[in-house]
Design a protein around this ligand. Structure first.
Ligand code: FAD
Length: 216
């Protein structure tokens, strides 16, 4: 196994002076803010300031670069560590019935501390939203954008009309555990098909995918 080369913050990045004015200020360098800031800054004539409350994800002892260590980041300085209000009908096993809600406080936001499981939501989720009034957010409206961001390189996905092949985010099927083949055989024996977890009808043994830019 080869680990990707360790990335570091560009030299002098923290000494760079601020400008007096920016065309856009994006608050929060998480999943959404980072993409918004990147896309805006693709126009060289546009100035963008991206503000993040947390620290860099490229510190020398940082484990955000090793995806399987994500559980160790919960409760760390890279987690806001929110608690819910006291629950009336759930969380009876929790102290004061309050749920722990991890949220990334680091460059990359929650995507830097998450499990990288790539589940887009099913057709029904989006169509229900649209039915409730979110016009333009139906599955057929959002699907082209999901495909645009995906680089689904596995052969299992190559012929799928639901997958994008040329986007920036690498999508791969989770493989590697010997238990997986037992699981698949058992599911087949009782009549469940193997389906992509992001397909229109995700009932069956689910092919779960992960996202990662090269490193996984
Ligand atoms: C432990 C964990 C596991 C998860 N696993 C998965 C998974 O496997 N698959 C999946 O699809 N999703 C998963 N998620 C959910 C997913 O990561 C989030 O839905 C997504 O990252 C949210 O993106 P966001 O841009 O809305 O917020 P975030 O990515 O959380 O970004 C918000 C950013 O804003 C910053 N910020 C907040 N306040 C301020 C302020 N006042 N000034 C400056 N910056 C500020 C924060 O520090 C953070 O960096 C997981 C989440 C967690 C916490």
């Amino acid at each position: 196994m080869f680990l990707p080369e360790r990335r570091v913050d560009p030299p002098g990045i923290y000494e760079k002076p601020f400008k007096e004015m920016y065309d856009y200020i994006v608050v929060g360098a998480g999943s959404a803010g980072s993409v918004v800031a990147t896309r805006l800054s693709e126009d060289y004539a546009t100035s963008v300031l991206l503000l993040e409350a947390g620290i860099s994800d490229l510190e020398p002892d940082d484990v955000t670069q090793i995806p399987y260590l994500w559980p160790s980041l919960i409760g760390s300085e890279k987690d806001w560590g929110y608690l819910s209000v006291q629950q009336k009908y759930s969380h009876f096993a929790y102290k004061n019935e309050r749920a722990y809600i991890p949220q990334g406080k680091v460059l990359g936001g929650s995507s830097s501390i998450n499990a990288q499981v790539f589940v887009r939501g099913s057709r029904n989720n989006y169509d229900q939203w649209e039915h409730e009034g979110a016009v333009g957010w139906g599955y057929d409206d959002v699907l082209p954008f999901f495909k645009k961001l995906e680089n689904a390189t596995d052969t299992t996905y190559r012929d799928s009309t639901l997958r994008g092949l040329h986007g920036p985010i690498v999508i791969k099927e989770i493989t590697g555990s010997i238990l997986q083949s037992f699981h698949q055989t058992a599911a087949m024996e009782i009549g469940f098909p193997t389906v992509d977890c992001n397909s229109d009808d995700p009932i069956g043994r689910l092919l779960v995918s992960i996202n990662g830019v090269g490193g996984f």
